[in-house]
Ligand binder design. Sequence first.
Ligand code: GAR
Length: 212
Amino acid sequence: MNIHTKKKIGVLVSGGGTNLQALLDAEKRGDLKSGTISVVISSKPDVFALERAKKAGVEGICVDRKSFKTKENFEEALHHTLTERNVDVLVLAGFMLVLSDNFIKQYPDRIINVHPALIPSFCGDGFYGLKVHERALEYGVKVTGATVHFVNEVTDGGAIILQRAVDIPEGISPQGLQQLVMEKAEHILLPQATELLCADRLQRDGRRVIIQ
Ligand code: GAR
């Protein structure tokens, strides 16, 4: 695909950025070919994800949530940064803030998120990062996984694009499970879903997403 017809991807992060790395690697390999990662925006300063962007030669910016009085002000700055760069699609890759309805409406079916569990299990408000894996282990489920979904006004409630299951080994720690789910599911699904979105291969039939 010609560079001029590729979708411009903005990746939103808040931490270590292993999912961002999976996206950068996929673009380098040519698996992510219908879009190009144009900008990485972090909601926190000094996160390793920004180092990863720099190393890959991608613009990395911090729009620090803490430096804005209100969520509205933060989202205005975020939107401004994205529109200035003509970003077409947004990928939330370990982004730890919940975006408002008003913000989401500006990108209809153009924001996706990776969640480290099989939605509708272990998701919603309060379920993020390591907490998700702690809850899964506490509950005693034998299988977990990851989900990539469209972002809507309900936390982790948007239509599901891709899911992958991961068996939980006996005696694994929450940290071990987090690594396993990242490696066996998230880092595979997120680049795949991003490519499908950028290639306009995701069709909506109500809540169902049909892959063309
Ligand atoms: C990932 O496991 C991601 O799925 C999760 O945080 C981790 C970020 O890691 N995201 C959420 O829980 C959002 N609800 P990373 O910064 O190494 O990609």
